[in-house]
Write a protein of this length. Structure first.
Length: 280
């Protein structure tokens, strides 16, 4: 690759990451995480078997739903994220829980840590949104010491959130060249391919988290329109086209109803892949 090509790629990546940071800083992801999926953090920490004294990195940590439980186990924890705007809520939640940890701005595709730095690396529906999957996987392995552990929770393509991204796709901007869809991280074979023979003892199970906050499909849709960065970004893109807005409104509400809302006692089960591996 020529110097000019490398520079162009670097400039394009920098612009893409700036866009991603702004997307995750929009809305209110910390509230969404607390309201709907906070339990995923303790699940990935338990799967990783985090122990006192271990050095742990939470990649794309958001407001810390995995980092905080890891710190409460007595680990030395770094919570990293591309969008440091999320850390204010994380620090507050950590203080309320009595957890001490470090918060560090970091790109999952270019982590600012040395090789073999951490005993455990985790990510909870976070690293999946790094656009270049192989680069992110390389970094997960690089910063984990030999004999260390990686544990990941990611939404599956077939589950509710994967289907939500499928519903939004016709209204969203095309993926940049070289980028891959986030829900692929919820496909076991895809993740095995990314990690390759650098890991051992891979286990992968599909599980669900129950979401019973919403009474109707419209309530779900409106919550995500105001809280979830990727949904906000899509609506922003089509804001000047009322017909497209109405179509997306209908698609999201219908999807939620198809997954259990709108019936007495209705709730949704959001499927994710929990994958653990040891680093050679």
């Amino acid at each position: 690759m020529t110097d000019t090509a490398v520079s162009a790629r670097t400039d394009a990546d920098r612009a893409l990451k700036t866009k991603h940071r702004a997307m995750w800083a929009s809305g209110d992801y910390p509230t969404l995480a607390s309201d709907l999926i906070w339990d995923l953090g303790p699940r990935v920490v338990a799967a990783a078997d985090v122990r006192p004294g271990e050095r742990v990195l939470d990649v794309a940590a958001g407001s810390g739903n995995a980092a905080i439980p890891a710190a409460l186990r007595g680990a030395t924890v770094v919570a990293s994220d591309l969008a440091p705007e999320l850390f204010e809520a994380g620090r507050r939640l950590a203080a309320e829980a009595g957890a001490e940890l470090e918060w560090r701005e970091a790109d999952a595709e270019e982590l600012p840590f040395g090789d073999d730095t951490f005993d455990v690396v985790v990510s909870t529906v976070g690293v999946m949104f790094a656009p270049h999957h192989e680069r992110a996987a390389d970094e997960l392995v690089r910063v984990t010491r030999s004999g260390g552990r990686i544990a990941l929770i990611n939404w599956t393509p077939e589950g509710f959130i994967g289907q939500m991204f499928k519903a939004m796709k016709p209204f969203a901007a095309p993926l940049p060249e070289g980028a891959q869809p986030a829900p692929l991280w919820g496909d076991e074979q895809h993740v095995r391919g990314l990690l390759g023979d650098r890991v051992t003892d891979v286990t992968a199970v599909r599980q669900t988290v129950r979401v019973d906050r919403f009474d109707t499909g419209e309530a779900f849709r409106d919550y995500f329109k105001h809280h979830y960065g990727p949904t906000i970004a899509v609506y922003h893109r089509i804001a000047d086209d009322p017909e497209q807005v109405r179509a997306l409104d209908t698609a999201l509400a219908d999807l939620a109803r198809a997954h259990g809302l709108g019936t007495p006692g209705g709730a949704m089960e959001w499927e994710y892949l929990l994958l653990t591996a040891g680093v050679r």
